[in-house]
Ligand binder design. Structure first.
Ligand code: PYC
Length: 330
């Protein structure tokens, strides 16, 4: 029987399953090299940890690995039900809040090596924050988990817009989108005409999936032919600067406002002159959670920072019985 300990959190509703120790040797080298070994030699780890019957398409996994960059405290590989992510904003917030819960990080900044570059995560203190006090009559079973810092800012890798106002026709209707990089590739659409609400979730999901199919069918890609595997549909909201539905690569939708997606959005806003360096932007998810974001300009580069909160919610041990026909997930 194999045993794989995990810690689950959610960031604005979007879950992250953290595995703190790889159950196999990924060798030495950069996180990119470790990812390549993971893909080639241990892809069943991804399906075991994340897919049914233990998980679902909604879960994102975070495998903590040794960084090669000596300025980094941690390395991480993010994955989902269909493959691997470049970066993951909600996942990094979840990772740092989970490590805070474990007592492995203190308030302040840590550098994290990801397959697409180094990000800086700042764990904020709890002083003056509402919601961290234990409510009256709240019964704690076992350890008191009510007092760990959980608000995190992630200074992402540089984001940029690659293509502007690209037409795509779905079911006879032509819409337009920008192609942008925020750590993953995104197609950002405003003129879809759909309600971005939970009541409309199936329509949003089907529409966004069709957009993705049309992008592939028409050879519309990110830089160097990279597949665009995230679709963002924007709408206005009274609660924030913008609200969005984000379709993830495995067809699930992001319950958070999507950290890399918000980064891509900020890069487009900056390129359009609609956002200045340092100006606060609030992005709301389709479930109502909010990330705050802003950009810094360093030379030619637009560097987004995303802030949100994550909550630990479960911990346990995955058991893999070698006799189980579905033990490696499906
Ligand atoms: O927050 O960057 C993100 C993300 C990507 C996929 C799911 N969440």
């Amino acid at each position: 029987m194999k045993r794989i300990p995990f810690l689950d959190s959610h960031t604005g509703g979007e879950p992250t399953r953290l595995i703190e120790t790889p159950p196999f040797d990924l060798g030495t080298g950069s996180v990119v090299e470790k990812l390549s070994r993971l893909k080639k030699e241990h892809d069943d780890f991804r399906t075991t940890v994340l897919n049914e019957p233990r998980g679902s398409d909604v879960l994102v996994g975070a495998l903590l690995v040794e960084p090669a960059d000596p300025t980094c405290q941690f390395g991480v590989i993010f994955f989902n039900n269909v493959g691997y992510l470049g970066m993951c904003g909600h996942g990094t917030i979840g990772l740092i809040a989970s490590l805070a819960y474990r007592g492995r990080v203190a308030e302040g900044m840590v550098r994290v090596e990801t397959p697409v570059g180094v990000v800086e995560a700042t764990l904020h203190g709890m002083s003056g924050r509402a919601g961290v006090e234990r409510p009256q009559n709240h019964r704690i079973i076992g350890n008191d988990i009510s007092a760990y810092p959980n608000r995190v800012s992630v200074k992402n890798i540089p984001a940029y817009r690659y293509l502007t106002h690209i037409p795509v026709t779905v079911a006879g209707k032509t819409i337009h989108g920008d192609v942008a990089w925020g750590g993953n590739w995104f197609f950002l659409v405003h003129d879809h005409g759909l309600d971005v609400t939970m009541q409309n979730i199936e329509i949003l999901q089907n529409f966004a999936w069709s957009v993705r199919e049309q992008l592939a069918a028409n050879g519309i890609t990110g830089k160097n032919g990279a597949e665009i595997d995230h679709i963002e549909l924007f709408a206005s909201t009274p609660d924030a600067n913008s609200k969005s539905f984000v379709l993830c690569p495995g067809r699930a939708y992001d319950r958070s406002p999507c950290g890399t997606g918000t980064s891509a959005k900020l890069a487009c806003l900056y390129a359009d002159g609609k956002l200045q360096a340092g100006q606060l932007w609030k992005q709301q998810s389709v479930v109502g959670s909010i990330f705050e974001g802003s950009v810094q300009v360093e030379g030619e580069e637009i560097i987004p920072t995303i802030t949100g909160e994550a909550w630990v919610m479960a911990e346990g041990v995955i058991l893999v019985d070698e006799r189980d026909p579905f033990g490696k997930g499906f």
